[in-house]
Design a binder for this molecule. Structure first.
Ligand code: SF4
Length: 457
């Protein structure tokens, strides 16, 4: 894919709230009222399957709150919390594996947060041995961890490598000191650079950097400087997120309202800058917020049409079931999703009581599975092959989706998709609007409900 240019009039037209489709049904449709017996039956049957496994652990602790943050965190400087939490993770996994998990192959692991590197190097090694004890060896596993350069040491990196982690993702957000001060996250470029060097020297295969646009004091000139500095580090992947201002859910974000947030027009110009600059620098625009070097696994999987989507975003192991541990983590098997309790005390109480610490779940119907297949293929392949989907779903896709396909004419006229008798192809310009295109295939989308979602662009 060559350098992209962004038409801001189209961005204005299609910038409506919509799901990110990291799951289908989206997490907003998970419910506290679900059939507990049926969920437990599905989980039990799944444990007996031989499907590949992807493991996720949520480490919620952060030493201080970044005021833009939308994650589920526990802010504390008491490092003892990490030690206690590992006991709970160990017990949660032990209870989950009690009846056996069979000989299932672990193909992927992810340590997310919060801040996984809040854990001290010895605790990271301990977490590695806990995972190993419950789930066995994981040779060749793609194991990613979110690291925070602030407080990261070479010893952390060595411990992560020894625990089996081989890919890392780090938050930077913006290098400009004025922006960093306004969002309460001081992270000099030197520590970001040192972290990348340690990870590379240790052998980590891939380094991802997260940036955010739409933060206070950002201008095109200042953000271009951040992009230039980050590109010089040559990350394998970049995720550049739009700041989602939701102070009714995250009250700390209210502080940012007094701090010169960019106008919607500046934000659009930042988006244009990001896509045009990164694609000109040779990154492939995977879709949504993600960019990857052409030789990165994500870009290769997309070109081979084997890319998948899950709660960590895009993934090369979508055929695996996700078993997730720790507060607020989300598990996924073909027939169900379930999310753990989001508060630390409630999570601990459930583990103490010997029950699964589940807060919400979603049992997936056959019709929803069909929609999930269509939306996943669309978002990952950036195309739909009608014959392939007819075979996969056991339906006449052209006939079943005739109304939706006909309704895409406006998007074809706007140059976002190309339609012919064999299928649909998202154009390079259409990649930015992939959520909007996916929403057309979602029969349950209710536009009156959409304020619950972030904007699609
Ligand atoms: S370190 Fe990450 S998870 Fe923690 S408050 Fe900052 S942005 Fe949120």
């Amino acid at each position: 894919m060559s350098e992209l240019s962004v038409d801001l009039n189209l961005v204005r037209k299609y910038d409506v709230p919509g799901p990110r489709y990291t799951s289908y049904p989206p997490a907003t449709r998970f419910s506290e009222s679900y059939d507990t017996d049926r969920l437990h039956g599905l989980i039990k049957a799944n444990k007996e399957s031989d499907r590949d496994l992807s493991l996720y652990c949520h480490i919620p602790f952060c030493e201080s709150l970044c005021w833009f943050c939308g994650c589920t965190t526990v802010i504390t400087s008491r490092h003892r919390e990490g030690t206690d939490y590992l006991d709970y993770l160990d017990r949660e996994m032990a209870a989950f594996c009690e009846e056996g998990i069979g000989d299932r192959r672990v193909v992927q692991m992810h340590l997310g947060g919060g801040t996984p590197t809040f854990l001290q190097p010895d605790e990271i090694r301990r977490l590695g041995s806990i995972l190993h004890r419950h789930f066995g060896d994981a040779p060749g596993c793609e194991a990613g961890v979110e690291v925070d350069p602030r407080g990261l040491t070479r010893e952390h990196v060595t411990a992560l490598w020894e625990a089996g982690f081989n890919r890392a993702s780090m938050g930077v957000q913006d290098n400009n000191p004025k922006v960093q001060e306004a969002v309460h996250r001081i992270q000099p470029m030197e520590i970001t650079r040192a972290s990348v060097e340690w990870l590379r020297e240790t052998g980590f295969h891939s380094v991802n950097i997260d940036l955010i646009y739409g933060l206070p004091h950002q201008t095109e000139a200042s953000f271009e400087k951040t992009l230039d500095e980050i590109i010089r580090l040559s990350p394998n992947r970049l995720a550049v997120f739009s700041y989602a201002h939701v102070p009714w859910i995250k009250p700390a974000q209210k502080i940012l309202e007094q701090k010169n947030l960019p106008t919607p027009e500046t934000k659009l110009n930042l988006l244009k800058l990001i896509i045009e600059k990164l694609t000109a620098e040779g990154y492939v625009y995977i879709g949504m917020d993600h960019f990857a070097r052409p030789d990165d696994e994500l870009a290769v999987a997309q070109s081979e049409k084997t890319l998948q989507r899950n709660f960590q975003g895009y993934s090369t192991h979508g055929g695996a079931d996700i078993h997730a541990f720790g507060m607020s983590s989300v598990s996924q098997i073909p027939d169900a999703y379930w999310q753990n309790i989001k508060e630390l005390d409630g999570y601990r109480r459930a583990v103490d009581d010997g029950v699964m610490p589940v807060a919400k779940a979603c049992l997936v119907s056959d019709a929803e599975k069909q929609t999930r297949t269509v939306i996943t293929r669309l978002m990952c392949d950036l195309s739909l092959d009608y014959d392939d989907l007819s075979a996969r779903l056991g339906i006449d896709f052209r006939e079943a989706f005739a109304g939706v396909i006909e309704g895409l004419r406006d998007m074809a006229d706007d140059g976002l998709v190309r339609l012919d008798a064999s299928g649909l192809a998202v154009t390079d310009a259409g990649r930015l609007f992939i959520r909007n295109i996916a929403m057309r295939f979602d029969p349950a989308i209710e536009f009156s409900d959409t304020p619950r979602y972030s904007k699609t662009i």
